[in-house]
Design a protein around this ligand. Structure first.
Ligand SMILES: Nc1nc2c(c(=O)[nH]1)N[C@H]1C(S)=C(S)[C@@H](COP(=O)(O)O)O[C@H]1N2
Ligand SMILES: [Mo]
Length: 365
C-alpha cells in the first residue's frame, strides 16, 4: 500500500454543476435496485445494487486461496473445497451503500451519484468467520482484522488493493460470514466470486468482495478505505469519524406509472395501497410514517412485525391511501430506537450515511 498522507481530496461540485461524464461512467458500472423491486422479500439476481470501486477482478476459483495471517498463533491457508466442507449457514441480509442518496446532497460530493437505489436484500450462504479466527488463534493484543480483495486500483492518488478493516469484536460476531453463494447460486462475478465477507448491519463498504486475505493486526489499520474514505467529515483537514452501521431508512415503491424521462409518477384517483421497505443496521425499526402533503402531516404505516428468522433483513410496510386528484408529494420516514430519518440534509464531504427522507411527487387524475 502506498502512503496515505499524499492523498487527494474528495471533490465537491460547484454550485449548479451537473453530473459529469466521470460520474455517469460510475453510474453505468454501478447500478441500483429499480425501486419497483422493493416488492420482493429477497432481491432477484441482477436487481440487487452493485458497487465496485475498480474493475471486477479475474479470479479462478480452482486456484483461489484464502490466507488468514498476522497476529495469530497458526496462520491458515484455505481453498474453496476446505471452506465448503465446513457447516454452512444462510443469512438474509439487507445491504446498503454508505453513499446512497449522495447525488441529492447540496453541494454534491463528486463520486458514485446514487439517488436512493443503492440497496438490496440477498440470502448469503457461507461459513461463520469467528470459528476460523479461533482456529487460527488470535493473539491477545489483536485490535483490527483487515479483509483484502483481489481488486486493485488507484483512488485519489493512492494505489491499493481494496482493503477494509473491522474492529476485532465486530469480526468475531457470530453472524459475520464468509459467503460463496447468493440466493442459492454461486456468487456472480460482480458480487465477489468466489468468496466475500458479509457483515450484517454495516454499510456496504465493510462487505469485502473477492476476498483473498484476512490479516489480524495488533494495531489500528491505517489503509485508505478506513483512514481516508468512509469517514464523516465536513472540513477537508478533519480526520472525521468512521462510517459503520446502517442508519434507519424507509423507501416507498413508487406508486402508479412513470414518465419515461422524468420518472414522475401518475395514478388514478381513489384507493391505492402504498408499500415499501424499512431497515436499520443499528436497532430494530420501530415506526414508519408517510406524509402525502410534503411532510406537513404524518400517518403511521402498518409495519410487518420483526421476523426472528431474518433479523438483518428489511421489513415491509403498507399504508392505504385514497388518492385525491391533484399533485401531491409523498414522503416516508423510518425510525429506530436511536431516532428518525432527518427531514433536512445532514451534509458531509463524502456524502456518507446520509439518510435524508425520500420524496416522491405524484400526479393523481
Ligand atoms: N473488494 C471489494 N469489495 C467491495 C467493494 C469493492 O470495490 N471491492 N465495494 C464495497 C462497497 S462500497 C459496497 S457498497 C459493496 C457493494 O456490494 P454489492 O456490489 O455486492 O452490492 O461492496 C463492498 N465491497
Ligand atoms: Mo458502497
Amino acid at each position: 500500500m502506498t502512503d496515505t498522507v499524499a492523498r487527494g481530496r474528495a471533490r465537491t461540485a460547484e454550485p449548479g454543476e451537473g453530473i459529469g461524464l466521470d460520474e455517469l461512467a460510475l453510474a453505468t458500472r454501478n447500478h441500483g435496485l429499480p425501486l419497483e423491486a422493493l416488492r420482493y422479500d429477497v432481491t432477484p439476481p441482477g436487481l440487487h445494487y452493485v458497487l465496485t470501486h475498480y474493475d471486477i477482478p479475474a479470479v479462478d476459483p480452482a486456484s483461489w486461496r484464502l490466507g488468514i495471517t498476522g497476529a495469530v498463533q497458526q496462520p491458515l491457508d484455505l481453498d474453496l473445497t476446505a471452506l465448503q466442507a465446513r457447516p454452512a449457514v444462510t443469512s438474509r441480509v439487507t445491504l446498503e451503500c454508505a453513499g446512497n442518496g449522495r447525488a441529492r446532497l447540496e453541494p454534491r460530493p463528486v463520486s458514485q451519484p446514487w439517488l436512493l437505489e443503492a440497496v438490496g436484500t440477498a440470502e448469503w450462504t457461507g461459513v461463520p468467520l469467528a470459528p476460523l479466527l479461533e482456529e487460527a488463534g488470535v493473539s491477545a493484543g489483536a485490535v483490527d482484522v483487515v479483509f483484502t480483495g483481489a481488486d486493485h486500483g488507484v483512488e485519489r492518488g493512492v494505489e491499493q488493493d481494496y482493503a477494509r478493516a473491522l474492529p476485532l469484536a465486530e469480526a468475531m460476531r457470530p453472524d459475520v460470514l464468509l459467503a460463496w453463494a447468493m440466493n442459492g447460486a454461486d456468487l456472480p462475478p460482480q458480487h465477489g466470486a468466489p468468496l466475500r465477507l458479509v457483515v450484517p448491519g454495516w454499510y456496504g463498504m465493510a462487505h469485502v468482495k473477492w476476498l483473498t486475505r484476512i490479516e489480524v493486526l495488533d494495531h489500528e489499520f491505517d489503509g485508505f478505505q478506513n483512514a481516508v474514505a468512509y469517514r464523516l467529515k465536513t472540513e477537508p483537514g478533519d480526520p472525521g469519524t468512521p462510517v459503520d452501521r446502517i442508519r434507519p431508512r424507509a423507501l416507498l415503491a413508487p406508486p402508479g406509472f412513470p414518465d419515461f424521462m422524468s420518472r414522475e409518477r401518475f395514478l388514478p384517483a381513489g384507493p391505492v395501497q402504498l408499500s415499501g421497505r424499512a431497515w436499520s443496521g443499528r436497532a430494530p425499526i420501530t415506526r414508519v410514517e408517510v406524509s402525502t402533503d410534503g411532510g406537513g402531516t404524518w400517518t403511521d404505516a402498518e409495519l410487518d412485525p420483526p421476523d426472528p428468522a431474518h433479523p438483518f433483513a428489511w421489513r415491509s410496510w403498507t399504508l392505504d391511501w385514497t388518492a385525491p386528484p391533484g399533485r401531491h408529494e409523498l414522503v416516508v420516514r423510518a425510525a429506530d430506537s436511536s431516532g428518525a430519518q432527518p427531514l433536512e440534509q445532514e451534509w458531509n464531504r463524502q456524502g456518507m450515511a446520509n439518510n435524508l427522507v425520500q420524496q416522491v411527487p405524484v400526479t393523481v387524475s
